[in-house]
Design a protein around this ligand. Sequence first.
Ligand code: 5AD
Ligand code: SF4
Length: 445
Amino acid sequence: MQKNKVFIETYGCQMNAADTELVYGILQNFNYEIVKEAASADVVLLNTCSIRENAEQRIYGRLGNFKTMKNEKPGLIVGVLGCMAERLRTDLIEEKKIVDIVVGPDEYRRLPELIDIAFNGGKGIGVKLSRTETYDDIIPYREDGLQAWISVTRGCDKFCSFCVVPFTRGRERSRELNSILNEIKLLSERGFREITLLGQNVNSYSDNGSDFADLLDACAVVDNKIRIRFTTSHPRDLSDKLLYTIARHQNICNYIHLPVQSGSDRILELMNRSYNIEHYLKIIEKAREIIPGVSFSTDIISGFPTETEEDHEMTINIMKSIRYDGAYMFKYSPREGTKSFKMLDDVTETIKSRRLQEIIDIQQKISFEKNQELIGKEEIVLVEGLSKKSDLFFAGRTDTNKVVIFPFDSKIKEGSYVKVIINRASSGTLFGAKKVESSKLKVES
Ligand code: 5AD
Ligand code: SF4
């Protein structure tokens, strides 16, 4: 039987990238062939993101392209997966009549059936959210490489007032610890060197009495040549036990993504973030005490309803006092169905843009200065391959997730760890010279 060809275009967060591999895994079990471009596919699926308005607008634009493609290639099936499927099902199918399939994050197992419905001229719709689906038994499709993502929790129960995720991805649930370990074993056998454990709030992981620190602990010992990363941590749930676990294992990266969202307690309260700045700073202090050399990144929203210049200054102050290694910064975007959608979006576009630019500039300066401080220091780098810009250089990453460029050396293989002395730095990249291969995965302090 001839195989149907499927292509998935992925938008949004790493969870979506991991889900795309999961969907490919499901479809491969049903005799689908994965292709690398939409033009050669019989089924094109867009794995979508609803986190901000501009993400959705971009995807609507892309759907317009596929509508044209369908005119030229009747029979082409176009589908929407992910968060937009959950949020905009009627709009996509009934009103705009753009797509044949709409499938939310908890119904991917039904895709083969829903695609069949579409091939027979119907509409394939699956948008129920589940309290239990974790896709534990599905092996995601992954190309060979060094880096892999594994979702350890799905959904979110935090209900931050600005966030659509609890509505599009449903209630929080955890995957079985053993199924995660088995997946890491398979990746280890295939030579993977870095695994990122994913969840909207990984710290609330819970399986049969094991918490997230237990999970990390167990993942770290599967293969001590595999670096373990994780994201995202919520400041409310980050435990001391977790910090000690990171410190204890030389293959758990000294890097914590800990979104602060705002430096103002008043705004944090309106955001329903359930911590204040004092608590947040205590975690940072504790982490620095327990894990010397730990680095932090964050998410910040600019222009949340009622945000004043004073609140904005508080955000700047927190950035300056913590000195993050990196930050993802966004303009507030009202999302229908969330609590803050009912609040007046009263910070004008001009002010939002100006405040966003201010914090971007500040972060850039801090990143640059922090990288300058690394000149003369030794970093342990996982060699990822040749640098994109030149075959004369290798590119790799430190455990704090910084890109390092250093001279090519035919004796060094991709996937090995090397000590590199940093001799130059920009705000985004470190440059250095190799010393020797390293049996350690992070710098000892
Ligand atoms: N507007 C702007 N940014 C948002 N985020 C989530 N929802 C919104 C929104 N409505 C940001 C938060 C979150 C990150 C993933 O996206 O900072 O941590
Ligand atoms: Fe959204 Fe808050 Fe959950 Fe993150 S923790 S996914 S921001 S509701």
